[in-house]
Design a protein around this ligand. Structure first.
Ligand code: AMP
Length: 185
């Protein structure tokens, strides 16, 4: 499948802003709004993803709240596939199925609508999962488990950035193949 050259990766990387000590001391926040602001860079990125997945056999793109919605919805429209959001608790209005997962302190939860795949032609439905960043990998792993619970097959989990030192990719790789455009150490 299509990947980017080192020059192309450097180009995308140059459009992402690092904000030190946000949202708390010690965190280097990867701010993708600077990439979205740049017409050429945003469309270069989305065209790359469209090319990579144009022949892939999935009907749905699943975006994880909230930045996964931006890339996921744009990609779904480019590919002519459907889009499904996975959201934080109590945001989706209809009946939901949820998955809890551990944080450093405490637990979190994600939800999906029970009928999100009622239009699927495949059995089981196949999906591409997308989010902006792998940090601990907890959210994406929980998303794949949530999909497995309702008999949905994740063909790949796609990310813009993999924060490699946190080893979240190892956690996600236990449940699905991964494609991350940029690796940050
Ligand atoms: P995780 O479950 O730890 O892999 O991270 C879940 C979400 O937190 C990702 O979808 C990111 O949007 C966000 N996130 C975590 N770390 C960062 C960071 N350093 N910069 C920007 N977003 C982050």
């Amino acid at each position: 499948m299509v990947t980017l050259s080192d020059e192309e990766k450097a180009y995308i990387s140059s459009k992402i802003r690092s904000v030190v000590d946000f949202p708390k001391p010690g965190i280097i926040f990867k701010d993708i709004t600077t990439l979205l602001n740049d017409q050429e860079a945003f469309s270069f990125l989305m065209n790359h993803l469209a090319k990579r997945y144009e022949k892939s056999d999935f009907e749905f793109v699943i975006g994880i709240e909230s930045r996964g919605f931006i890339f996921g919805a744009a990609l779904a429209a480019l590919l002519g596939r459907a889009f499904v959001p996975i959201r934080k608790p109590k945001k989706l209005p209809y009946t939901t199925i949820s998955e809890k997962y551990a944080l450093e302190y405490g637990i979190d939860e994600i939800e999906i609508h029970i009928d999100a795949f009622s239009t699927a032609k495949q059995n089981p439905p196949k999906v591409l999962l997308i989010d902006d960043i792998i940090a601990t990998g907890g959210t994406a792993s929980a998303a794949v488990k949530l999909l497995q619970k309702i008999n949905v097959e994740c063909v790949e989990a796609c990310f813009l950035i993999n924060l490699k030192s946190l080893k979240g990719d190892e956690e996600i790789a236990k449940t699905t193949p991964i494609y991350s455009i940029l690796e940050v150490f």
